[in-house]
Design a protein. Structure first.
Lengths: 315, 270, 328
């Protein structure tokens, strides 16, 4: 178990390092002086010079990279231009809102995706199965920001069932959840489709396994066979799938945040670009990548825990 | 299910493509013609989808927007394909370490949430058509490269290829006879599944104001225009979103059908 | 009393390429407290037979004619699914061929053994106690601690014994064993057969034992039937059939058994030819394409069941020709 976890972490570390290398390369590929880019058009010559020294721009490239690496690892992602606050703080402040959206998206996709996939598998070949199949594809196909806009139009503007703007009153959980419903639906809708298809395929495969035949031969009810014996095995790939999905949901939440005027990383980065607050952009992207990689690793480890076969093959 | 769905997909795709190609025939308005007197007109016989905040006919903008969308889709896909083929061949034929490095790079690129990637590139290169295309390519190239790489690896050691080579078959012939038939299917499927992604990325970026510059009529830009007026002039966002929905649904349905047709395993089931 | 009485059972499947007759007028019976063996090569219809008895035929299969009389009063061929399910696991139990795949990998053994008892009305503790007692009977060491373990923690032989324990736990009237020892190595096979014999005596059930391993059938079963391409070609007591096989297929089968060779040969004997396409059964006798004694009558008409003596029947025009006493 430990070995398995370490392996996933190691892979994750490599990916993060590569991402950081790409970030570093991008900063240095910007035409012009990185210091002026980092500071933006408001910089005075003194500020630029100070920054240049601090950034070690006079040092050989490899040294600069190591320095970059070290400062990132120690949590220093630079300071942002407008308020001079550490980038890390600013980003972390906004992260919870985006996370709430992603969690909401996962909730939607799991709560609807697994049952739909299960029903489709049990009624395989029938009308219900075909309808669910078409719906799944449709959900995957339509871009999330269009879903966001249309759901805003229908449910918030036309029907006025749900709020259109913001994240709700701080401290009021009910209001916050209310404000989450539509945006997280937009974020998670595509993944309802993916999960429903995966669960269907996985269930069909599991239902043909010999131990299911044994369970039937022992007279267990079909209900028990489907929900306890088959579904438990069939949902395991869903966790890995969700690990990948979180990255996509992060992308979708940028749009959701803008459409529904919610605070969050997406909104932060979007606004930072328009005022050329580049440290925020690179800091946010880095934090997001790290987060995403860690979640993937965690998902893999989770599968290892839940599947006793994987678990004890490392004992 | 597959047959009717594929038919629906193909129909949608045909409608979208034809309406874009024959845009100038289907409408007499110019897409960027501003007509202040007719601002915010709701849909009518004169303006099938209404007008936007500048009085421009939305139906026209949608049709011409189709041209933008399809051009970008084709261009980006072609570019991704070429880059993917090159990288895939390198990964497959080249030394082992290079293969591993490339795979790692592919994984790393895929590990960036697309929007973050887009925002970063826009930061670096400024909002533009090129940024959009670049983002799209970065997102799509690993997919194509993987297919090519797998085929290359398979064939590197395949006996019949070695036999052909020992009999003096040229690289071109090997390419044509052995490699192409095996990859045509997966690549066609990937293309029709990628086009909706390209359209979505372009529309998304234009919606954020980071893509095609106004007054070019991109569907995403229409959505952007309409979003500010969503309460009173809701038809604008409907006009902007509808073609996106139809295009993505159409290509995806079509691609799914292709995939089902090409997958021998699925032939046995239901 | 006869536990299972199969009369003229025919099963057909509707495939994309035509109607496939998997079983044709299969008849045999399983008396109480006896073991009946079913012998035949792969594709002879053994699995279909089991599935038909259990009511687990695939959706495209149907019982086109015949009866499966269980315990004298229930026709399994006509029973509704709920009633059938009530019988499975309680009155009719099954042990399958592949011990590796038979048990659900993500549920503990104890959980699965408890689930089978869901109709017993016992408390969880009593169910577990029963499971432990059963595991002890199949000679699994330290049974109490085994309940919490998962299938992959057991060896193949132990998994098969657990499967047998699960099957016999509800003390069924009929145990169907589908090649239970095929996947096990020779020494395990012997031990498992011994176990089955003991348990059968202990619990007093009947066993329908399917195998292509003649030695095991000889060891375990009192009576046997020989199947070929979905038909019963010969049936009788094990003794009668081994001593004096009358159907050409049975004779060939016994001759090909490596265990019976009295001297070394360069080549193992085989039966030339392959199974017929069950969508297009051969005219006349089903074995005639591969039979070296087939004549015009064999090719034209299907032979009736010829009674040779006692319970010994063979479906052959020339069933009265005996090879007993003739060197193999």
């Amino acid at each position: 178990m430990i070995g398995y976890a370490l392996k996933r972490l190691w892979l994750g570390a490599i990916i993060i390092s590569v991402a950081m290398m790409m970030m570093f390369a991008m900063i240095y590929l910007i035409p012009g002086d990185p210091a002026s880019v980092a500071l933006g058009p408001r910089a005075t010559p003194e500020m630029m010079e100070a920054l240049r020294v601090r950034m070690g721009l006079d040092q050989p490239v490899w040294r600069q990279f190591l320095h970059f690496y070290a400062s990132v690892l120690s949590g220093d992602l630079g300071t942002e231009v407008l308020s001079n606050r550490p980038v890390l703080d600013v980003v972390m402040e906004q992260l919870p809102f985006t996370l709430a959206l992603v969690v909401g998206g996962i909730t939607w996709s799991v709560a609807l995706g697994i049952p739909l996939g299960c029903i489709a598998a049990v009624r395989r070949g029938g009308f219900v199965d075909q309808v669910i199949g078409v719906l799944s594809v449709a959900m995957i196909a339509v871009p999330s920001f269009v879903v966001a806009i249309y759901s805003l139009l229908v449910f918030a503007v036309a029907l006025q069932w749900l709020p259109a703007i913001g994240a709700g009153e701080p401290g009021d959980l009910g209001s916050q959840i209310q404000h989450l419903i539509l945006p997280s639906l937009a974020v998670g809708l595509g993944w309802i489709g993916y999960i429903s298809r995966m669960v269907r395929a996985s269930m069909l495969e599991t239902l043909e396994a010999s131990h299911i035949r044994t369970a039937r031969a022992f007279g267990l009810t079909e209900r028990r066979i489907v929900y306890t014996y088959a579904l438990r095995i069939a949902v395991l790939p869903t966790i890995t799938l969700l690990g990948v999905g979180i990255g996509h949901m992060l992308s979708s939440s940028v749009f959701a945040e803008i459409v529904f005027a919610r605070p969050g990383i997406g909104k932060l980065v979007y606004e930072a670009i328009s005022v050329r607050n580049y440290p925020i952009v690179s800091g946010a992207v880095l934090v997001t990548t790290v987060f995403f990689v860690l979640v993937n690793v965690a998902a893999d480890i989770l599968v290892g825990i839940l599947d006793p076969r994987v678990r004890s093959s490392f004992n | 299910m597959r047959e009717p769905l594929g038919a629906v997909g193909l129909t949608l795709v045909t409608v979208v493509v034809l309406s874009a190609v024959f845009a100038s025939v289907l409408t007499s308005y110019a897409p960027s013609k501003i007509s202040p007197a007719e601002r915010f007109a709701s849909p009518s016989l004169l303006h099938l989808l209404g007008t936007d905040h500048l009085g421009r006919d939305l139906f026209t903008r949608v049709l011409y927007g189709g041209r933008i969308a399809l051009l970008i889709a084709l261009g980006a896909t072609a570019g991704s394909l070429v880059a993917g083929v090159v990288l895939g061949l390198i990964a497959g034929y080249g030394p082992r370490w290079l293969d591993n490095v490339l795979l790692l790079v592919f994984d790393a690129v895929k590990s960036f949430p697309t929007v973050m990637l887009a925002l970063t590139l826009v930061t670096l290169f400024g909002p533009s058509l090129y940024a959009v295309v670049l983002v799209v390519m970065l997102v799509n190239v690993p997919g194509y490269a993987r297919i090519i790489r797998t085929q290359t690896l398979v064939l590197k050691s395949a006996e019949h290829v070695m036999a052909a080579r020992s009999m003096g078959a040229s690289a071109a012939r090997i390419l044509r006879v052995h490699i192409l038939p095996n990859i045509i299917g997966p690549i066609l499927i990937l293309i029709s599944m990628d086009i909706p992604v390209v359209v979505a990325i372009e529309a998304g970026m234009s919606f954020l104001g980071l893509g095609v510059r106004p007054p070019t009529p991109s569907w995403g830009a229409i959505l952007n225009d309409g979003f500010a007026n969503i309460r009173d002039s809701y038809w604008i966002v409907i006009a902007g979103g509808l073609p996106i929905v139809l295009t993505t649904l159409g290509f995806t349905f079509f691609g799914e059908t292709l995939r089902d047709l090409f997958d021998p395993r699925l032939k046995g089931r239901a | 009393m006869t536990v299972l009485d199969v009369r003229n059972l025919s099963v057909a499947f509707h495939t994309g390429s035509g109607r496939l007759e998997a079983l044709k007028q299969v008849s045999f019976s399983v008396p109480a407290n006896r073991s009946v063996g079913v012998v035949g090569e792969s594709g002879c219809g053994k699995s279909t037979l089991i599935n038909a008895i259990l009511g687990l035929l695939a959706d495209n299969g149907e019982i086109s004619s015949g009866e499966i009389i269980f315990e004298g009063d229930k026709d399994l061929a006509r029973l509704d699914p709920t009633a059938m399910r009530a019988l499975r696991g309680r009155r009719i139990a099954t042990v399958f061929q592949d011990p590796m795949g038979a048990l659900n990998p993500v549920l503990s053994v104890g959980r699965q053994m408890r689930d089978i008892q869901y109709r017993s009305g016992l408390s969880k503790r009593d169910k577990d106690a029963r499971s432990v007692a059963m595991l002890r009977k199949v000679r699994i060491p330290d049974p109490e601690s085994r309940l919490a373990q998962f299938p992959h923690e057991f060896s193949g032989g132990m998994k098969q014994r657990i499967a047998i324990a699960m099957a016999l736990m509800m003390e069924p009237a009929l145990l169907i064993a589908d090649e239970p020892t095929t996947a096990l190595d020779a020494t395990l096979e012997v031990a498992t057969i011994e176990l089955l014999k003991d348990l059968q005596r202990d619990i007093g059930c009947s066993v329908l034992f399917i195998s292509h391993h003649l030695g095991v059938i000889a060891e375990l079963c009192d009576e046997m039937i020989v199947m070929y391409a979905g038909e019963v070609v010969e049936s009788g007591t094990t003794r009668e059939i081994f001593h004096d096989p009358r159907h050409p297929y049975t004779q060939k089968l016994l001759a090909c058994d490596p265990a019976r060779l009295s001297h070394r040969v360069a080549r193992l004997p085989t039966i030339p030819g392959t199974l017929p396409d069950l969508r297009h059964r051969p005219s006349g006798c089903v074995f005639q394409p591969r039979c070296d004694r087939a004549d015009a009558q064999c090719r034209a008409d299907r032979p009736p069941n010829a009674v040779i003596g006692g319970s010994h029947i063979a479906r052959c025009w020339y069933a009265d020709i005996s090879l007993a006493g003739v060197g193999a």
